[in-house]
Design a protein around this ligand. Structure first.
Ligand code: UDP
Ligand code: MG
Length: 329
């Protein structure tokens, strides 16, 4: 029986037939240099090309390969979630399949994990994407940073390693509009960044056209922020204040310069100001409740436990975490 830690690679596949073999080769070569066992979990996300055939062929040649063929295209975030659900490793590496995330970098992630970090995310030092992708990504992260309630590290994708404990916690998040990097940030545990240079896509074209990118950005912002709703309340307060000033002005004119007032003007203008301010204020109140309903409906776990210290139970050695855990019954 082996006591080496098992590392699961989760690889979402959408139209990647030109990348699968090289990806498999590069991961195999990389992990051959370290002392771990691996399983490769390929999740076919309804690819219309020959990806599935490639994967099945691969699984015949290599017993470490598992192929999960989703019933249709569910999108990248769901595909990764499916892979995590099926992973059995002590740690899980999430990686794009187009070789933009260099497999060699995953070795560094594993090393940091063995040093005791629970989430090791790969942060881009440079990226080789087009100007539009770079601009839109940077704008998105800026907006997200201002809006969101959790600190989501910039310049990171989903390329990261998570410990078993983090994966178990992640599985308690049942929300459909998934923004994994946000959820993983929210989960906590000991998180660390590793810098890397992001390569260009090896073969094929992006599976994230503008339409999907916008949906992804909206998911990211709305699932971690109730700020847009709070804005209504704030606008309501400002409007109400302005309405009050407006009403005072109208009254003043009515009293001090009645000759300038058309019949009925005072009443109509006061009513317009009053109703406008009130409406926004009330919508803000409704917005607050909608925000709370949204929070409850997401059904996120209340807390996550990193470790329990109890007398008589020795802690697992951090560096030998994989080995220790696998010896558990
Ligand atoms: N992907 C997926 N389902 C999709 C779109 C993409 O599983 O609907 C996978 C794709 O195969 C790749 C990863 O998600 O492994 C990232 O996609 P891509 O490289 O196309 O996105 P980009 O790097 O251009 O943002
Ligand atoms: Mg890519």
């Amino acid at each position: 029986m082996t006591s080496r830690p098992l590392i699961s690679y989760v690889l979402p596949i959408y139209r990647e037939e030109g990348n699968i073999d090289l990806l498999h080769e590069r991961i195999s070569a990389a992990v051959a240099t370290i002392d771990v066992d691996v399983e490769l979990i390929f999740v076919n996300d309804g690819s219309p090309d020959g990806s599935l055939d490639r994967l099945i062929e691969l699984s015949r040649r290599d017993h470490r390969v598992t192929v999960i063929d989703l019933a249709r295209n569910f999108g990248h975030q769901v595909a990764v979630s499916a892979g995590i659900d099926h992973a059995r490793g002590d740690a899980i590496v999430i990686m794009d399949a187009d070789l933009q995330d260099p497999p060699e970098v995953s070795l560094e992630l594993i090393r940091e994990w063995q040093d005791g970090w629970d989430v090791v995310y790969a942060q881009r030092r440079t990226r080789k994407d087009g100007a539009f992708k770079r601009l839109s990504a940077s704008a998105f992260y800026r907006v997200l940073g201002v809006m969101s309630s959790v600190d989501i590290p910039r310049n990171t994708g989903d390329f990261r390693l998570i410990d078993r404990a983090v994966a178990d916690q992640l599985r308690r998040y049942g929300e459909h509009a998934r923004f994994l990097r946000g959820i993983i940030s929210e989960i906590g545990f000991k998180q660390k960044a590793v810098l890397f240079d992001r390569d260009a896509r090896h073969s094929g074209t992006t599976g994230y056209p503008l339409r999907k990118m916008i949906k992804f950005a909206v998911d990211g912002i709305t699932s971690f922020s109730a700020k847009p709703l709070q804005l209504i309340s704030r606008a309501g307060l400002v409007m109400s204040f302005l309405a009050l000033l407006g009403i005072l002005y109208v009254m003043g004119v009515r009293i001090f310069a009645p000759e300038r007032v058309v019949e009925g003007w005072t009443f109509i203008v006061t009513a317009v100001f009053l109703v406008g301010g009130l409406q926004l204020l009330l919508m803000g109140i409704i917005g607050t409740y909608v925000g709370r309903i949204y929070d409850e409906v997401k059904g996120r776990p209340l807390y996550g436990v990193q470790e329990v210290f109890r007398e008589g139970e020795p802690r697992l050695g951090r560096t030998a975490r994989g080995e220790a855990r696998r010896r558990d019954p």
